[in-house]
Design a protein around this ligand. Structure first.
Ligand code: GAF
Length: 390
């Protein structure tokens, strides 16, 4: 299902009985190249914004009614709510995300003054782990800022989205996804220190290669709770280490320091989780250096090592994403391949030489189907700009 901007405008006008020619806003999804599960451990991440994302339109009302409509879920029709009832509920479905952002604006001393009619459309594949919810949060913040004149930067919108996801939607995520969506830059990945929020844009100049996302088309149900479990396990490990070392986060440690200190982490599972967080952070720093120095093969090796660590130590991969990565590693011209995002299904990201892309797809598609019975989808993606008015 693909809609044009003109179709969105036409749908809005018909649905909400208006002739207003309203602007369309956009916030992208993201793919993370390396630095997984480091963002809530004070480490580094290296995501980029996609040209896929979530589009939205908004018209303020004179009352306090909120009306939401998604062109992706048109059967649900218009979902009505009120600014006086900003509480999460199972019945509210996807509208819990924009409502959470409105609730967070109020928490930050900027209550939304009037109701609004809102239309949303997204082209991020559903359930793919490419941050459709973060993009919806950032998009909502952007539309509210522009419509009601709030003085927030795009970085503020990322923090508002994360706060909302943590405190309204119940997922204890880090800042990576919202940051990438709000702050992305065309043809660049963002090297973000999640401890300080210092960041730099690193050009991803892949003249003879492409970024290929492979969707396993599985999402295991434990994703929300297991994500929060991983975060708790890392916090337990950190507390043990803080009894003997002056550190604020796992991201403060080098591999050598960790190896010396690790015996102080009592629970062996927590020890493995912490090992991943420390090593992945260092891999990310090394990978960005390698990219800047045009050592792309080294970047790819670090991606592969990231997958192995996520599979064995962090245990957020699954059979399907392991099959995808392991198949990719056998194909000549594949520079690197790993699971991307929160895990337990979702996608892998691979860097593939231009002349190997067809072989990549032609090899993985049937082999994956044979081993899992599932059809994988492939997206050759471009890196786009962050949230903006179109
Ligand atoms: C999810 C979270 F939302 C991010 O904050 C990050 O932790 C990621 O999983 C794993 O790197 O996308």
């Amino acid at each position: 299902m693909n809609f044009s901007i003109a179709e969105m405008k036409e749908t809005f006008q018909k649905l909400y009985h208006t002739e207003a020619d309203l602007p369309v806003y956009f916030a992208p999804g993201r793919v993370n190249l390396i630095g997984e599960h480091t963002d809530y451990n004070g480490g580094h991440v290296f995501p980029c914004a996609l040209t896929l994302g979530t589009y939205g339109m908004i018209l303020p009302r004179e009352d306090r009614v909120l009306r939401f409509y998604s062109m992706n879920f048109s059967r649900a029709g218009v979902i009505e709510s009120s600014l006086d009832d900003l509480t999460p509920s199972d019945q509210a479905g996807w509208t819990n995300y924009p409502k959470g952002v409105m609730w967070t604006f109020a928490k930050r001393g900027c209550p939304i003054p009037k109701g609004a009619d809102i239309l949303i459309y997204g082209d991020i594949p559903a359930g793919s782990g490419l941050s459709s919810s973060a993009s919806l949060e950032v998009l909502t913040g952007l539309m509210l800022r522009e419509t009601f004149g709030f003085d927030f930067t795009n970085q503020d919108l990322a923090l508002i989205g994360q706060y909302s996801e943590n405190n309204f939607n119940g997922c204890n995520c880090g800042i990576m996804d919202q940051f990438a969506s709000a702050m992305g830059k065309k043809d660049c990945a963002i090297f973000l220190d999640t401890n300080t929020l210092n960041y730099e844009y690193a050009p991803v100049k892949l003249e003879d290669a492409k970024i290929v996302i492979t969707n396993s088309n599985v999402k295991h149900s434990l994703v929300g709770s297991a994500y929060n479990d991983r975060r708790n396990e890392c916090e337990t490990a950190l507390k043990d280490l803080q009894k003997v070392a002056d550190i604020a986060s796992l991201g403060d440690l080098t591999e050598e320091q960790f190896e010396k200190l690790k015996i102080h982490i009592v629970d062996p599972i927590c020890q493995r989780r912490a090992k991943h967080a420390v090593y992945e952070n260092q891999r990310t720093i090394q990978a960005v250096k390698a990219l800047k120095e045009n050592r792309i093969d080294e970047f790819g090796k670090l991606m592969n090592a990231s997958h192995i660590s996520l599979r064995d130590d962090y245990e957020v991969s699954c059979k399907e994403t392991d099959i995808l990565a392991e198949l990719a590693w056998t194909i000549p011209g594949v520079i690197g391949s790993r699971i991307t995002g929160g895990g337990f299904g979702g996608c892998t990201v691979s860097i593939v030489k231009n002349d190997a892309v067809d072989t990549f797809i032609d090899t993985i598609k049937p082999a994956y189907k044979k081993q899992t019975g599932i059809d994988a989808d492939f997206y050759i993606v471009d890196i786009g700009d962050g949230a903006r008015k179109l």
